[in-house]
Design a protein around this ligand. Structure first.
Ligand code: ZN
Length: 121
């Protein structure tokens, strides 16, 4: 089913996001150890750690369960809004561009790209 392929893509995106956050936090902390007076960096780290905490295995599982409960004509929920902000926002399919398709959140603007045809059955 194409929907399941899209769900896999979105879950992989969440995993990547987790990796990315972990790396960004490590870099920020490294910088903070050299420049301990950067107040904005302390706030950045706290916000990233909050996001990382929200992006848990549990939250991903809940996202998948919610996805399975959708009716065929329901819009797809944004993984970022669902997991990080605990709210349901709709993804919109974007026109194909240069061999890539994408979905974009109407609310947070997150855009997730994947190769054209990846969701075809
Ligand atoms: Zn969103």
């Amino acid at each position: 089913m194409p929907e399941e392929k899209l769900l896999n893509i979105l879950c992989e995106w969440l995993y990547d996001k987790k990796d990315h956050l972990e790396r960004a936090i490590a870099q920020d902390k490294e910088r903070l150890s050299r420049e301990p007076n950067l107040i904005h960096l302390i706030k950045d780290i706290a916000e990233k750690e909050r996001c990382l905490g929200m992006n848990s295995e549990n939250a991903m599982a809940e996202y998948q369960v919610f996805w399975q409960s959708l009716s065929p004509h329901d819009p797809y929920p944004c993984p970022f809004c669902f997991v990080i902000h605990n709210k349901i926002s709709n993804l919109k399919a974007m026109p194909e561009d240069n061999g890539e398709e994408s979905v974009k959140c109407r609310d947070c603007g997150t855009q997730i790209f994947f190769p054209s045809g990846a969701c075809d059955s």
